[in-house]
Design a protein around this ligand. Structure first.
Ligand SMILES: C[S@@+](CC[C@H](N)C(=O)[O-])C[C@H]1O[C@@H](n2cnc3c(N)ncnc32)[C@H](O)[C@@H]1O
Length: 187
């Protein structure tokens, strides 16, 4: 597989996307908050049919230019505000890595409910998002963070293939807790 991410000076795909792809067979996928497309490009190269949405037209433009240069036919970038929580298609895999923390906090429950409703039976959701807990208050000014146990509670009734609330260390030494979830919808 050609490494398009390094060819275009992009970071590698998120490690949780790479890890999820060891479980999930290629299908119709949505990348929520795709940025310049490091995860979407990776998924399309693995055979997923990918829709990649973001509100940043410059990032989407960069991705579109890569799609054209490479002749990729399985990746569609779209301008879409996730706060709308009104997806118009169904997917076998929806990935949302380090994006919920930039959304309107009042809309996040609706965004997650919409993701869940738009996931096909037996399909998967991947979420990675910053947390702020009593033990580890978030040192970053994100608009939204999860509290302890909040993300897993939102996926009651789904199979939690992977769930953790691990603590990481940022470049400046500050500690930041992340909720990581890979969940499968009941068939
Ligand atoms: C930290 S980047 C993460 C990008 C990508 N998911 C990744 O793992 O590399 C967050 C992305 O969320 C996008 N974003 C922020 N608010 C958004 C919104 N309301 N709707 C759609 N995308 C949004 C930003 O433009 C940015 O590309």
């Amino acid at each position: 597989m050609t490494d398009l991410n390094s060819r275009y000076g992009m970071n590698p795909p998120h490690s949780e996307v790479v890890s999820a792809c060891q479980t999930i067979a290629p299908c119709n996928a949505l990348d929520m908050g795709c940025g310049s497309g490091r995860n979407a490009l990776y998924l399309s190269q693995l055979g997923f049919e990918v829709t990649a949405v973001d509100t940043n037209p410059n990032a989407l433009g960069m991705l579109q230019s890569i799609i054209e240069q490479e002749g990729i036919t399985t990746l569609t970038p779209e301008l879409y505000d996730l706060n709308r929580a009104s997806l118009d298609d169904d997917y076998g895999f929806i990935a949302c890595t380090v994006t919920l923390m930039f959304l309107d906090p009042a809309r996040v429950p609706a965004v997650i409910a919409d993701m869940q409703a738009r996931t096909l039976p037996g399909g998967y959701n991947l979420i990675v998002c910053a947390m702020s807990t009593a033990a580890h208050p978030c040192p970053m000014p994100f608009s939204f963070t999860f509290d302890a146990g909040e993300l897993s509670a939102a996926y009651a009734g789904w199979e939690l293939v992977k769930y953790n609330e691990d603590l990481g260390t940022m470049h400046n030494g500050a500690q930041l807790q992340f909720a990581t979830l890979l969940a499968r919808k009941q068939v």
